[in-house]
Design a protein around this ligand. Structure first.
Ligand SMILES: Cc1cc2nc3c(=O)[nH]c(=O)nc-3n(C[C@H](O)[C@H](O)[C@H](O)COP(=O)(O)O)c2cc1C
Length: 177
């Protein structure tokens, strides 16, 4: 594992985000990765923070509420697009995504959640704050586009559920090998 200074990789992380990063969690001994296309990378409370936005009904939400730690896994170069199909379209409630997507777990440095060899740029994060979003406070066009109230929360893409913001303090950063 090669330690990195996150400032040197901020651009790479933001460029990779729209194509999908992985947000990996571990609770009750189950490791689960979901695709994220949104995230905010910066400084809060004088600490380096990566904030993720997880809809209330996601399996990942239940995992994070049990064990408030996560890794953010960023691809470097080519990778198997089936990883995005499985981790972004199926729920860890129903399947074992680690085996179905062919992910290789790498022992973490500080937290209890592993890194992912196939998405090697790794941020280990500890949740220091969580905040359920209130749909009423969002502009009307975002409410209607992102939160269609006729789509149940079990649907893997946009649905009626609001997001919960999890602010993860970045406690280690490296390229997993
Ligand atoms: C490109 C892409 C980006 C996504 N971004 C997010 C996101 O930021 N937040 C979210 O809650 N779901 C997002 N999703 C949907 C989840 O990845 C998907 O619902 C996943 O199946 C949830 O897994 P889980 O139920 O195991 O937690 C995204 C999906 C794709 C394909």
């Amino acid at each position: 594992m090669k330690k990195i200074d996150i400032k040197d990789y901020a651009g790479d992380i933001l460029k990779a985000l729209p194509g999908g990063l992985l947000l990996t969690t571990k609770a009750d001994d189950k490791v689960n990765s979901m695709v994220i296309g949104w995230g905010t990378f910066g400084i809060n409370w004088s600490r380096p923070v990566f904030a993720v936005y997880v809809r209330e009904g996601r399996f990942t939400r239940a995992q994070l509420d049990k064990n408030p730690e996560f890794t953010v896994n960023v691809p470097m170069g080519d990778y198997d697009k089936n990883i995005i199909t499985v981790c972004g379209g199926k729920s860890g409630r129903d399947i074992d995504k680690v085996s179905d997507a062919g992910l290789t777990l790498v022992n973490p440095e500080v937290i209890s959640v592993p890194a992912i060899k196939e998405f090697p740029l790794t941020l280990e994060c500890k949740v220091i704050y969580r905040q359920p979003q209130e749909l009423d406070l969002l502009p009307e066009d975002i409410q209607s586009r992102m939160y269609p109230q006729d789509v149940p929360g079990t649907y893997p893409m946009a649905n009626r559920d609001p997001h919960v913001t999890y602010y993860g303090e970045i406690v280690a950063a490296y390229i997993a090998e």
